[in-house]
Write a protein that binds this ligand. Structure first.
Ligand code: NAD
Length: 471
């Protein structure tokens, strides 16, 4: 049984001052696999102090030096690619396919930032003035469990590119994944104090990062609820915040879409990362006169979805990360039935033969109205809602009738038609036909899906402070 009893401060693995422990539980078997000793406020203050000290010299590094550090990080993380995939599957329960893609994204974060640095202008002339984009300071990085190392790598790579130092607080449920990543970062040989990490609870370590006056910015990925707590706390010291929060993304199947292609893709898309994805297209908007055909295609697609052991290459949907998350998804499935939606596939309970782990049946509701809770709230499990529209205008109105605005998806055989619709959607990313990813394009939410953007130039700018010099 693994006991994780180390945090990383000022270039060293140290035993935390905190003594409380948190059990690590396999989502496949619900057996305890290890435990992590949680850091406390003292540990967090120590890590912040180390980052503050390191910032004094790190802010002065040249772009060429930062590129070298990013190259070392890339090399060190790449070497452990296979192990990082394995541990993501075993600790989190991510499917093998998703975990491979997620670790690849983590590794690519470093080269993406090198790419951005090639042309980024830290000094510009605006009007008659010199404008300098300067490193912000110590950045607090707080991350969730659903793609832990990928979030940490992306945020850390951006901080390095900007000349910032960091203190990371990962999800306590990702301690084993984080430990392996930490060893990669240690091997990369960065100056002491540039990277610090404290395992711990949100209301202890996260809260200290939020209130500490020596933290200049917080980059947070997680739920909208926690994002609001952090934003409220951060305002006392006027910290900059980047918040990547929840979503309830619409998937618009336009009248001219090829249903045979679009509907199966929509079903599998909704189940990306076992449904535990902030960008999952969970509201499927379809023309009312095509509902029967859509239902038949969606049901057939759901029958092909393999729920099961995440280690298996064929598995599409693995277990929910925890019993709590499993129960939450079950509650929503019951709610959908009580609200009068029609169950087209799946339902409550575990799939046959999968009684031990946190497995949920691949579920689809049809005849869903957009005012039902299952259409408004983020479920974070493999549950898709089919909603009909009469006109394209109504489809756009339904798509935008949500407190969220992270992603939106459109299927159409006419690209200019899809683009016209895309311009009317309130979402930080609109993806047309197939599930594409662009790591250099900005990523982030409209409305309650967040504040600010990550990735590429837009991401880098949020780690910098703007100074105009009028001489
Ligand atoms: P969460 O908000 O519960 O926790 C996220 C992190 O915040 C964890 O490290 C947690 O310990 C910490 N935290 C909790 N309370 C805190 C507090 N009071 N102060 C400071 N930190 C605190 O989210 P989760 O359950 O780990 O992850 C799922 C959520 O993350 C979903 O809502 C999902 O949509 C969201 N998410 C968003 C994105 C995005 O890019 N927009 C990506 C993935 C996940």
């Amino acid at each position: 049984m693994e006991k994780i009893n180390q945090i990383y401060v000022n270039g060293e693995f140290i035993t935390p001052h905190g003594t409380e422990t948190f059990d690590l539980i396999s989502p496949v078997t619900n057996q305890k696999t290890g435990e992590v000793v949680l850091g406390d406020e003292t540990d967090t203050k120590l890590a912040i102090a180390a980052a503050k000290e390191a910032f004094k010299s790190f802010r002065k590094t040249t772009v060429a030096e930062r590129v070298t550090y990013l190259e070392h990080l890339h090399e060190a993380v790449s070497k452990k690619e296979e192990e990082l995939v394995k541990i993501m599957v075993s600790e989190y329960g991510g499917t093998l396919k998703f975990s491979k893609a997620s670790v690849k994204n983590a590794i690519d974060s470093f080269t993406n930032m090198i790419e951005v640095l090639k042309t980024f202008e830290f000094q510009r002339i605006v009007g008659k003035s010199k404008v300098r984009l300067e490193s912000l300071g110590v950045v607090g990085i707080i991350t969730p469990w659903n793609a832990s190392n990928s979030f940490i790598c992306n945020k850390f790579a951006t901080a390095i590119a900007a000349g910032c130092t960091v203190v990371v607080k990962p999800s306590e449920m990702s301690a084993a994944q984080t430990q392996l990543l930490l060893h990669c970062f240690h091997e990369a040989g960065l100056p002491k104090g540039v990277f610090n990490l404290v395992n711990g609870l949100g209301n202890v370590v996260g809260a200290e990062i939020t209130r500490n006056p020596d933290v200049a910015k917080i980059s947070f990925t997680g739920s909208t609820l926690t994002g609001k707590i952090i934003a409220k706390g951060a305002i006392d010291t006027m910290k900059r915040v980047t918040l990547e929060l929840g979503g309830k993304s619409p998937n618009l199947i336009l009248d001219d879409a090829d249903l045979e292609k679009a509907i199966p893709a929509a079903v599998f898309g909704a189940y990306m990362n076992s449904g535990q994805a902030c960008i999952a297209p969970t509201r499927l908007l379809v023309p009312e006169n095509k509902l029967e055909e859509v239902n038949a295609l969606a049901k057939a697609a759901a029958a092909l979805v393999q729920v099961g052991n995440p280690m298996n290459e064929q598995t599409h949907v693995g277990p929910m990360v925890s019993i709590k998350q499993y129960e939450r998804v079950q509650d929503y499935i019951r709610t959908g039935m009580e609200e009068g939606a029609t169950l087209l596939a799946g339902g409550t309970g575990k799939p046959d033969g999968l009684q031990d782990g946190n497995f949920v049946k691949a579920t689809i509701f049809t005849n869903v109205r957009n005012d039902m809770r299952i259409a408004r709230e983020e479920i974070f499990g493999p549950v898709l809602s089919i909603i009909t529209y009469k006109t394209e205008e109504e489809a756009i109105a339904i798509a935008n009738d949500t407190t969220y605005g992270l992603s939106a998806y459109i299927s159409s055989t006419d690209l200019s038609h899809a683009n016209r619709v895309a311009e009317q959607l309130e979402a930080g990313r609109v993806v047309i036909n197939e599930f594409k990813h662009d790591p250099l394009a900005p990523f982030g939410g409209f409305k309650q899906s967040g504040i600010g953007r990550e990735f590429g130039v837009y991401g880098l700018e949020t780690y910098l402070e703007t100074k105009a010099i009028l001489d």
